[in-house]
Design a protein around this ligand. Structure first.
Ligand code: PXG
Length: 479
C-alpha cells in the first residue's frame, strides 16, 4: 500500500459531508440502537460519523483525517481500501452469493478456506487442526465452543464435566454464552450472567496483581496456579475446559509473563481438561504469527477466530477444531445438532481467502514479527520516560500503557478523575484513535503500518500524553 495515495477528500465531497453531519446524527439517535452505548448520552452529544477510509486512516463527516491505531475494532489487519477484497466479494456474489452448508451440501470458497486455515495452523507438540467450524462472529464461535466441549465430554461418557473456567476481565463476546465466558463485571451485572457452570479466576495482570517486589516470572507462575486451585476446588472430574485469550485485548492489552502459558499447559495436561485459545484478536498476524498459540508455545484443543480473518471487510468467525476433539465428534458423534445459516458463507469465505493471500503476498505476518513489530516495541518502550506513564509494553502489534500518578510507588489516579478518558479526548481532537480502558491506553494498529507511520503515530501519542499532563497539572492533580 502506498501512503502517497492518501489524499484529502475532494472539496466537494467534504462540503456534502459537512452539510449532512447534523442530519445523520439526528437520524442516528432516532433509530440506531448502538452496541455498548449510553443512548441518552450519545443523543445529547451526537455520534462522530465516519464516512470513508484508506490505508491506516479514516475520515469523518467534518472532513477530519484520523489515524486509526485500533484497526477499526482490532480487525482491519490488511488496512483500509484493499480493492482485492472488494473484487473477491463482487465476483463471489455474482457466482454464488449464498448457499447453505446443511443437508449434505458445500461450496467451493468454504472448502478452500477450511483447507487454507488448516494449512496455516501450526502443529505444536504433534497436535493438528484439520477441521474448521464456521460462524459469523467471535461471540457465535465461543457459543460453538461451549456446545462442542459439552458434546465432546458427553461422547466420552463424562457428562459431569460441564464447568468451563475463564478469567476475570476477559472478553469472549456478547451473546449469553460469550458474555458469561467473559469476565466483564459490567456485563454480568445485566441479564443474570454468567449462565451456570462457568467460573472465573483472576487474570495474569502484572501491574494490578503482582505482589510488591515480585518478579514477572514468579508472578506468571503464581497466576497460572490460580487455575490449578480452581480445578481442585471444583473437582477435576467436573471441569470441561479452560478458555483464555493469549493476550487479553478488550481488558486492556494485558500481556502475560513468559512463565504463564507453559504453566497453564502443564496444569491442563495434568487434569486432562480441554484448552480453548480465544484468538479473535490475536490471530492473523496481530502478534506476529498466523495463530498466537505458536508465539507462546502452548497446545490448544480449540481456537476461536474472527475479526482479522477477513480484515473486518465482512463478518466471519469460526473455531479451529483440533484432532483431539474432531476425532471424537466425527468417529463417535453422529449428527452434531449445531450450526448457523451463515456457517461457511461463500462470500465471507471468498473475502477471507483473498485477505489471507494478500497477507501472505505482502508478508504482513512476518513484518510484524521481525520488522515493524520490534520497531513499535522500541518506540513504545521510550514512552516509559514520560512522567505520566507507569509502564508501556507491546506484543507484536498490540500495545498498552498505564497512566499513573506516581511511577515509583505505582500509585494510580482516583478512578473518578477519568484520566484515561481525558487522554482519549485529546486523542479524539488530535486525529488519533486510541482506546482507553480505565487508565490504560491501548492500540492495535493495522499491520500495514510503515515505520514512518509508526513515527507519526508516536508523535500524536506523545502530544496527547503531554496535553493530558498539562490538564492534570492545571487541575492540581500532580503537584
Ligand atoms: N473474543 C475476543 C477475544 C474478542 O476480542 C470476541 C470474542 C467477540 O467477537 P464478536 O465478533 O462477536 O464481537 C471478541 C470481540 C473492545 C471490544 O471494546 C472488543 C471486541 C468486541 C467489541 C469491543 O475492545 N472483541
Amino acid at each position: 500500500m502506498n501512503p502517497s495515495t492518501l489524499i484529502a477528500p475532494p472539496a466537494l465531497v467534504r462540503r456534502a459531508e459537512q452539510q449532512d453531519t447534523k442530519a445523520i446524527q439526528a437520524l442516528d439517535s432516532a433509530h440506531f440502537f448502538h452496541p455498548f452505548t449510553d443512548h441518552a448520552g450519545l443523543a445529547s452529544r451526537g455520534a462522530r460519523v465516519i464516512t470513508r477510509a484508506d490505508n491506516i486512516y479514516v475520515w469523518d463527516s467534518e472532513g477530519a483525517k484520523i489515524l486509526d491505531a485500533m484497526s477499526g475494532l482490532w480487525c482491519v489487519n490488511a488496512g483500509y481500501g484493499r480493492k482485492e477484497l472488494a473484487d473477491a466479494a463482487y465476483q463471489q456474489m455474482m457466482t454464488l452469493p449464498f448457499y447453505n452448508s446443511f443437508f449434505n451440501t458445500t461450496n467451493v470458497p468454504a472448502v478452500q478456506l477450511a483447507t487454507k486455515l488448516a494449512s496455516l495452523a501450526p502443529v505444536v507438540g504433534g497436535r493438528k487442526f484439520e477441521h474448521v467450524f464456521f460462524s459469523s462472529s467471535g461471540s457465535e464461535s465461543n457459543d460453538t465452543n461451549v456446545r462442542m466441549v459439552r458434546r465432546y465430554w458427553d461422547l466420552l461418557g463424562q457428562p459431569q464435566r460441564k464447568v468451563i473456567i475463564s478469567r476475570h476481565n476477559a472478553y469472549h463476546g456478547s451473546t449469553m454464552a460469550g458474555a458469561s465466558l467473559g469476565g466483564m463485571s459490567g456485563m454480568h451485572a445485566q441479564g443474570d450472567l454468567p449462565i451456570p457452570n462457568i467460573t472465573h479466576i483472576e487474570q495474569p495482570h502484572f501491574w494490578d496483581n503482582a505482589l510488591p517486589g515480585e518478579s514477572r516470572a514468579d508472578f506468571g507462575r503464581r497466576a497460572a496456579g490460580w487455575l490449578e486451585a480452581e480445578i481442585l476446588a471444583i473437582g477435576a472430574h467436573k471441569v470441561a475446559a479452560f478458555i483464555a485469550e493469549p493476550v487479553q485485548g478488550a481488558g486492556g492489552v494485558i500481556i502475560p509473563p513468559e512463565t504463564y502459558w507453559p504453566e497453564i499447559q502443564r496444569i491442563v495436561d495434568q487434569y486432562g481438561i480441554l484448552l480453548i485459545s480465544d484468538e479473535v484478536i490475536c490471530a492473523f498476524g496481530r502478534l506476529g504469527h498466523w495463530f498466537a498459540y505458536e508465539k507462546f508455545g502452548y497446545r490448544p484443543d480449540l481456537v476461536t477466530f474472527a475479526k482479522g480473518v477477513t480484515s473486518g471487510y465482512i463478518p466471519l468467525g469460526g473455531v479451529m477444531v483440533g484432532d483431539r476433539v474432531a476425532q471424537v465428534l466425527i468417529e463417535q458423534g453422529g449428527e452434531f445438532n449445531h450450526g448457523y445459516t451463515y456457517s461457511g458463507h461463500p462470500v465471507a469465505c471468498a473475502v477471507a481467502l483473498a485477505n489471507l493471500e494478500l497477507m501472505e503476498r505482502e508478508n504482513l505476518v512476518g513484518r510484524v514479527k521481525d520488522d515493524v513489530g520490534p520497531y513499535l516495541a522500541e518506540r513504545f518502550a521510550g514512552l516509559r520516560d514520560h512522567p505520566l506513564v507507569g509502564d508501556a509494553e507491546t506484543c507484536g502489534f498490540v500495545a498498552g500503557l498505564v497512566l499513573v500518578k506516581n511511577k515509583t510507588t505505582r500509585q494510580m489516579f482516583d478512578a473518578d478523575l477519568g484520566v484515561g478518558m481525558i487522554c482519549r479526548g485529546h486523542c479524539f481532537s488530535n486525529g488519533l484513535i486510541m482506546r482507553a480502558v480505565g487508565d490504560r491506553m491501548i492500540i492495535a494498529p493495522p499491520l500495514v503500518m510503515t515505520r514512518a507511520q509508526i513515527d507519526e503515530m508516536m508523535d500524536l501519542i506523545l502530544r496527547c500524553l503531554d496535553a493530558t499532563l498539562d490538564d492534570l497539572r492545571a487541575d492540581g492533580q500532580l503537584g
